[in-house]
Design a protein around this ligand. Sequence first.
Ligand SMILES: Nc1ncnc2c1ncn2[C@@H]1O[C@H](COP(=O)(O)OP(=O)(O)O)[C@@H](O)[C@H]1O
Ligand SMILES: [Mg+2]
Length: 234
Amino acid sequence: MGEIIEFKNVTRAYGTGEHRLLAVDHISFSIQEGEFVVILGPSGAGKSTLLNLLGGMDYATEGEILVNGTNIVGYGDDELTEYRAKNVGFVFQFYNLIPTLTSFENVALTKNIVKTAFDAREILTSVGLGDHADQFPAQLSGGEQQRVSIARAIAKNPTMLLCDEPTGALDSETGVVVLTLLQKMSREKGKTVIIVTHNAALAQAADKVIRVKNGKIRDVTVNESPMAVSEVNW
Ligand SMILES: Nc1ncnc2c1ncn2[C@@H]1O[C@H](COP(=O)(O)OP(=O)(O)O)[C@@H](O)[C@H]1O
Ligand SMILES: [Mg+2]
């Protein structure tokens, strides 16, 4: 397993003059292929900005972001579109499902982005929602909606799953179900999974923990023997 992601001195500045703010401030770190990574930090630390930069949804002001050895900083719109389609599955706090489409249709949409996307019904079954394929988001619990959104993210077989506070809207029990599924994506499918959270307990289950504050890295720790999510003491 080699390094799949490398941030080199990456900065994202917003605003100008006295309003200039470094949401991400000269950050460097690397992530190995297949790693289960947790990014921790208080609100406003720059976690979402960091994830959006990696996901090709925002532009770095400075530095290099290497993905499989290629620098995505400086990519134009078309290159970023292709990069996102091939590499990135995104999971959001509030699921972002289309309310007028069933679970099946929400996942099947990925076929429009990537021709080789997995069969939506198979993917829904793999996240335990085979029986909910024809239900609309409003007919599902929060945890089920998040599992549909994970199914949607993995349907196009991306190299990485980027999850921004994926359990932020869930009760703790349902959150564990979702986190267990995400850890399984890393352990069994070899996906590189990066989870932004402010629940420090999840650090026990991570291969790597990146702590962020005020746009800077406070420390990076590697767990030699990470716990299963189900064993974590919440
Ligand atoms: N589009 C934007 N324009 C201006 N400031 C922003 C923008 N996005 C984020 N910020 C600022 O950058 C900092 C980091 O934000 P964010 O990455 O959302 O933090 P976190 O996800 O850790 O809560 C905050 O101070 C936030 O207000
Ligand atoms: Mg955020």
